[in-house]
Design a protein around this ligand. Structure first.
Ligand SMILES: Cc1cc2nc3c(=O)[nH]c(=O)nc-3n(C[C@H](O)[C@H](O)[C@H](O)COP(=O)(O)OP(=O)(O)OC[C@H]3O[C@@H](n4cnc5c(N)ncnc54)[C@H](O)[C@@H]3O)c2cc1C
Length: 376
């Protein structure tokens, strides 16, 4: 019933699904104990065309569009693989480099990112601020041909593995949002250090860390776009980032609904499959309706985005609605599994804990309501 994605997207899905089934699903449980996805898997993903699918071929990417990016997100969600930070790397970090980078920067960073040799991260959040981004205190002072960067960032996805980090910082602290710039820090720069893996309740295979900058001398050639324009760039790119978060919701809900239908058909209580109890069928019917509603909303936004018509408000509506529905739905699906739903070997248990952060990262539900309410 979907008409958002094209035939070439569906063909790409076959390729990505095979990769996820062979190289990710069997190892994800192991990576959850490690707290990270091994670099070897990133290199394999690069070799098999799973990274940077929407970046032009001249920069090593797949030459596709946002629909190809959506396919990767959906296929990872189908097996509850929250570890590989591929979407952030491919569809958040790389688009900044493509949109605002000089030709030299694009040639330097995008091809190794497409091959999985360099892993990307973006650092906005600080220990003291998250939602109120304009109050960031990480600062870069100009010194000849260098910026001298000082500060700390936290909750950074791909943090431990990162080789290239887009750091949001103040180059002119007096100027408020007009003093924010984006500077690319590379892993081997003296003074740049990474904290240990943060102990999270979910996304256990995702390497999330703090990053510290102690007088890091970053060449001015690593400035992304124009000095002082960073806040505008962030606001512009956040709509796609929020749609990406929203798009995880129907994909996970669909997969978990299917899984729960199968579970309740096989498990018996009081002489009949759990599925046959009216409460089960009614719950599943409600969840199907909610899942379809989210799918229609998210697909509509994907179409808007294809046509460059996705507004910040629409992205906020999709993120708010889909992630809130996801939270309720996975809780109800877990309930239908009884005690087994509480065991991590069952996908619904992992889906339940991993879902919680959906309402927080990329802007909280409350911030989404702020954005939407400004348009009322
Ligand atoms: C697993 C994970 C991965 C992440 N990855 C990244 C990453 O790669 N890069 C990055 O930069 N950041 C990342 N983040 C950070 C994430 O984007 C922030 O956590 C989020 O934006 C919220 O900021 P905060 O945690 O500082 O909460 P706060 O801003 O302190 O908010 C606390 C509470 O106050 C509420 N609140 C704040 N302001 C208002 C308001 N005006 N009105 C009403 N309520 C309000 C919030 O909604 C929230 O409920 C990640 C976070 C997590 C948990």
């Amino acid at each position: 019933m979907r008409n958002t994605l094209r035939e070439d997207h569906e063909q790409y899905r076959d390729q990505v699904r095979k990769f996820v089934q062979r190289e990710i699903a069997p190892y994800h449980h192991e990576w959850e104990k490690l707290g990270a996805v091994p670099r070897e898997t990133w290199l394999k993903a690069g070799r098999e065309g799973v990274l940077l699918p929407a970046i032009p071929e001249e920069y090593g990417g797949g030459g596709g569009d946002f629909g190809h990016s959506i396919v990767v997100i959906e296929e990872l969600m189908r097996v509850v693989a929250s570890g590989p930070g591929f979407p952030l790397h491919s569809d958040i970090v790389a688009p900044y480099l493509l949109a605002y980078g000089t030709e030299e920067q694009k040639q330097r960073w995008l091809p190794p990112m497409a091959r999985g040799e360099k892993i990307g991260a973006i650092a906005m959040t600080e220990p003291g601020i998250g939602s109120d981004l304009k109050s960031m205190s990480t600062a870069a002072r100009r010194d000849g041909d260098y910026y001298v960067l000082n500060g700390a960032k936290t909750f950074i996805t791909n943090g431990l593995n990162s080789d290239i980090v887009i750091v949001a910082c103040k180059t002119d602290p007096e100027q408020g949002t007009r003093g924010v710039s984006l500077i690319v820090v590379e892993a081997d720069m003296p003074g740049f250090t990474k904290g240990p893996l943060l102990e999270k309740i979910g996304l256990l295979a995702q390497d999330t860390t703090e990053l510290f900058f102690d007088n890091v001398r970053v060449p001015v050639t690593n400035l992304l776009g124009e000095e002082g324009k960073g806040f505008g760039y962030l606001m512009h790119q956040l709509a796609q980032e929020r749609l990406m978060v929203a798009s995880r919701s129907p994909a996970l809900m669909e997969a978990m609904l299917e899984e729960t239908i199968s579970y309740t058909r096989n498990r018996k209580a009081f002489g009949q499959p759990i599925f046959n109890h009216q409460n089960t069928r009614f719950k599943l019917a409600e969840i199907k309706a909610k899942t379809v509603a989210c799918r229609v909303l998210v697909d509509h936004c994907i179409t808007l985005h294809f046509n460059q018509q996705l507004t910040p408000e629409m992205a906020a509506i999709a993120k708010l609605y889909a992630t809130e529905q996801q939270g309720q739905v996975v809780d109800e699906l877990l309930q239908l599994h009884g005690g087994y739903g509480f065991m991590r070997e069952y996908p619904i248990a992992r889906a339940f804990v991993d879902s919680r952060v959906q309402r927080i990262y990329g802007g909280t539900s409350e911030i989404m309501k702020e954005i939407i309410s400004r348009t009322l």
